[in-house]
Ligand binder design. Sequence first.
Ligand SMILES: Cc1cc2nc3c(=O)[nH]c(=O)nc-3n(C[C@H](O)[C@H](O)[C@H](O)COP(=O)(O)O)c2cc1C
Length: 181
Amino acid sequence: MTSIGLLGIAGSLRKASTNRGLLRAARANLPDNAGLEIADLADIPFYNQDLAEKPASVIRVLAQIGAADALVLASAEYNYSLAPALKNILDWASREPDNALLAGKPAAILSAGGGMGASRAQYHLRQICVFLDLRPLNKPEVFANAFAGGFDVDGNLIDEKITGLVGESMRALVAAVAARR
Ligand SMILES: Cc1cc2nc3c(=O)[nH]c(=O)nc-3n(C[C@H](O)[C@H](O)[C@H](O)COP(=O)(O)O)c2cc1C
């Protein structure tokens, strides 16, 4: 039975995204009592304080974030930082009164990018988590090289070592949720 609901959010919008591949690997390596949905950010506009009403696409993803017991954030690295699509949905989510969608919520962080596994992006994301009061796991750190044969052409994770780390991360995340209850 699924009693712990996770939401995966990837910063890359492309079909064969390796970061979306990391989220699918997370979904395939969950403890039995957890389920994972993957958010679709393709139609999320840039945050604009002038918008009087939130677009339906934003309302949809914010509802998913609010309903999730924990987040799984997967960031590509763009020019030494996290991808803007991920930052943008976190910006939208952060504007809810009292930071109700994010405050205290556990999160796992995964990343795939160039030779350093998008580590620079991941550490920028960890800095953002401080202000958002998200509670990212420290361990295991999951950095995947997207260009070294660890993913197939569709962005599916095929590297056994990284798959093991993703599973370890999901077990730690579910344990963090259980510890809050
Ligand atoms: C605009 C842009 C900037 C990038 N900058 C970096 C970078 O600074 N460091 C890095 O490791 N990879 C960089 N890359 C490569 C991406 O991290 C790599 O293509 C990654 O696989 C993208 O994630 P995805 O497969 O989920 O789309 C960049 C790619 C793009 C499109």
